[in-house]
Design a protein around this ligand. Sequence first.
Ligand SMILES: [Fe+2]
Ligand SMILES: [Fe+2]
Length: 185
Amino acid sequence: MKKYILLREEEIDRMSEDEQIEYYGRDILDSLNFQSSDENVQHGTVSVKEHSLDVARASIRISRFFHMRKKRRELIRGALLHDFFLYDWHIPAEEGEERKLHGFYHPGVALRNARKEFKLSALEQDIIKKHMWPLTVIPPRYKESWVVTAADKYCSLRETLHLRKGRFEEKIKEIKEHGEGKKKP
Ligand SMILES: [Fe+2]
Ligand SMILES: [Fe+2]
């Protein structure tokens, strides 16, 4: 039995990153809330959905490098849900909403939303709750949480520097060309 489990993990490890995401996160990918995060900008021209998938892919690559196969399911699901806050943080919030200090508050919002829709393990919750460390003062508890924290920072930096172009590329280019204060040709 043990051998079978190990073999399965090895087989899964050999799958492509997207196949692993599909294998372990199909229900998350199918979630209407997750799909709706494709309408919200994360950094640069990348949507929150694109960002979450990128973070899951990068987390798989890092865990492969360190031969971490055991908790792959939780790693992927935590990465997919780490930014499940479900709003566009660039749009000013209504009074009383927690959007102002987005960096501090969104892990808690994401965790609340994810809990409503999915059954989460302690590890998955830790990934979501701590991914903004050191902003969230308490450090990640599990090595998989450290992996997602690192993957998130790597992906966010690439997005902010526009090294990763996302689905809003054309739209943002258009706004810049014909934006406010400029007359359309
Ligand atoms: Fe985040
Ligand atoms: Fe993120």
